[in-house]
Design a protein around this ligand. Structure first.
Ligand code: AMP
Ligand code: MG
Length: 395
């Protein structure tokens, strides 16, 4: 059997970062920057007021209280500015350019708010409440480096330096296809022998949570020909494909039957529980990666976390490796099969204890939904006593 680490290493050696594209700003959230972004101008571009108040010469408010005439209003966006003369003030708003002559702003809270003349009750020193040009960014200065993940604040600074588009690796488009003749769309009626299809919802959501664009393809039954046709269609728009089910040792295993003959997808046993049967390879001229995950709901989810998520990181141009773990103390005994790495479902608490949930079967989706962590038991351990230290993957 192949180890979990070997299987992940093979996947990471195969998948490649997506090619960068010019993305509009409203497409760029979650993309990975592939260029250096710099500012063509200083930011702020001009000296401006940090507060609503009065532009003054600091020397004119050295002795307070003092009453000074207000000669003008300077709202944000003002262009034609007169200078503030000695012994005078102007009412100024946050973000408005500082008029010549003034060297400080007195916040409106320290005044009587007058519009013809203003009584100022506190002194200020030169530079008070002024935001200097270039204080945030100098002209030509780099604000973001390649490899940066674009979140809300990064989008903000890209727009803030005046850019409309940015060169970035897009979020990978991943199509999810469930297989199984027994599956019925949720919302429909169950006939004998049928179950409601759930994996495609889990996996599509997991793709989105991992920074990809998840598309839920229509489920297919157990006919390998139908599956191949469907995959052919999806290949046109997918950066990766995930299938669920149909990869085990039984008969009616459509994914294995359809893809094995192609020679580009391998089906193997990986030394883990749940999720032993795994398929991985590439499809089509563009060598689109395909992850053929086992059908049991817990198995497919665990497989996603261990193998697909790191692959998506790599496709996004981000550092990619096995899921991070934290150390916790287990509140009950654990069992694990010899020679396989177990990923048991547990509830990780703030005090760094982890409690295994009731129901560790790979079909027990409700138990998975009650958990927030996977407890990792190494291949060579078959029993873990209560109170032992374990590694845990937080979900
Ligand atoms: P398979 O890997 O196709 O042999 O499926 C293993 C088990 O998982 C069977 O009990 C299936 O009914 C169940 N299963 C497979 N695919 C799904 C799915 N998309 N949603 C829920 N259960 C599934
Ligand atoms: Mg099946």
């Amino acid at each position: 059997m192949k180890s979990v680490d070997e299987h992940l290493a093979e996947i990471l050696a195969t998948v490649r970062p997506l090619a960068p594209l010019e993305l509009e700003l409203d497409q760029a959230l979650g993309a990975t920057l592939a260029e250096e972004v710099s500012s063509p101008v200083p930011l702020p571009p001009f000296d401006n007021s940090a507060m609503d108040g009065y532009a003054v010469r600091a020397e004119d408010v050295a002795d307070v209280p003092v009453t000074l005439p207000v000669t003008d209003d300077v709202p944000a966006g003002s262009v034609e500015l007169r200078a503030v003369g000695p012994g005078h003030t102007m009412r100024i708003m946050t973000g408005a350019p500082l008029p010549a002559g003034a060297d400080a702003v007195v916040p409106v809270e320290w005044t009587d708010g007058g519009t013809v003349s203003v009584r100022i009750s506190r002194t200020v020193s030169a530079g008070n409440a002024i935001r200097r040009a270039g204080e945030d960014v100098g002209a030509g200065e780099v604000v973001l480096k390649p490899g940066t993940l674009i979140g809300p604040a990064q989008l903000g600074i890209i727009a803030g330096v005046g850019r409309r588009r940015v060169l970035a690796r897009p979020r990978p488009r991943v199509v999810v296809v469930s297989t199984g003749a027994e599956l019925v769309e949720p919302g429909g009626q169950l006939a004998p022998g049928q179950i409601w299809e759930s994996n495609s919802f889990t996996l599509t959501a997991a793709v989105r949570e991992a920074g990809g664009e998840g598309f839920r393809g229509e489920s297919v039954g157990d006919d390998p020909g139908v599956l191949l046709d469907r995959l052919d269609t999806h290949l046109m728009r997918a950066d990766a494909i995930i299938t669920s089910g149909g990869v085990s040792m039984g008969a009616y295993e459509p994914v294995k039957e359809a893809l094995s003959p192609l020679g580009t997808v391998r089906f193997e046993k990986v030394a883990m529980q749940p999720g032993m049967p795994q398929g991985f390879g590439v499809l089509g001229e563009d060598e689109v990666p395909i992850f053929a995950l086992p059908g049991n709901p817990v198995s497919s989810f665990v497989s996603f976390m261990l193998f697909v998520r790191p692959a998506l990181d790599k496709m996004r141009g981000l550092p990619a490796g096995p899921p991070e773990t934290v150390t916790a103390r287990v509140t009950g005994p654990l069992r694990s099969p010899a020679g396989r790495r177990s990923f048991l479902r547990g509830v990780l608490a703030a005090d760094r204890t982890v409690s295994p949930v009731h129901g560790q079967g790979s079909h027990q989706l409700a138990a998975l939904a009650s958990a927030n962590a996977l407890i990792v038991v190494p291949e060579d351990e078959t029993e873990v006593p209560e109170g032992a230290s374990v590694e845990v993957i937080a979900l």
